[in-house]
Design a protein around this ligand. Structure first.
Ligand SMILES: [Zn+2]
Ligand SMILES: [Zn+2]
Length: 166
């Protein structure tokens, strides 16, 4: 995953194809919702823009995530376009660039950050995931339980009312 870019550093406009399979494991994400992942593929072109190198490409992988509603694992296909700038100069604002030393770029940290940023806000196994019953703890996608309000035994609901008032 370390790429030598010496061949494009000498002159503006030169570019180099990037096709990498990155050795990233679930632990590298430092995110408890990611429990496993397929190898991460990075495909793109890196171009010498004069002051910096511009990587334009795509990240492709599959993650095993934890559904925030039902807590089951689910597979999430992740394919995201990226555009990132790299510089090996120490005299410029580092915030705008990923820094690399000499002529070797390690894409790992950038790819991890881009994957984390491209995750949806809500991690759910499916749009209509029914989640877990707060009363009996069963996964409502798999089981029908009789805990929901409308299925309550009417005698019990009277009792519940009494208990609430008490
Ligand atoms: Zn779910
Ligand atoms: Zn229930």
């Amino acid at each position: 995953m370390k790429v030598n870019v010496s061949s494009i550093l000498c002159s503006d406009g030169l570019s180099q194809n990037i096709t990498e399979i990155l050795d990233i494991s679930a632990d590298d994400f430092d995110n408890k919702d990611i429990v496993d992942n397929e190898p991460v593929k990075l495909d793109g072109v890196i171009t010498n823009m004069g002051d910096y190198l511009l990587l334009s490409g795509e990240i492709d992988t599959s993650l095993k995530l934890v559904c925030s509603r039902c807590l089951e694992y689910f597979d999430f296909q992740l394919k995201t376009k990226i555009e990132e700038k790299f510089s090996n100069r120490t005299d410029i604002n580092q915030d705008d660039f990923y820094f690399f030393e000499g002529d070797i770029i390690d894409f790992k940290e950038m790819v991890i950050q881009d994957i984390l940023l491209s995750l949806p806000m809500k991690l759910i196994c499916k749009e209509d995931c029914a989640g877990i019953c707060p009363q009996c703890g069963k996964n409502k996608n798999l089981y029908n339980c009789n805990c929901s309000g409308e299925n309550l035994d009417p005698r019990l609901s009277v009792l519940n009312e009494l208990l609430k008032k008490g």
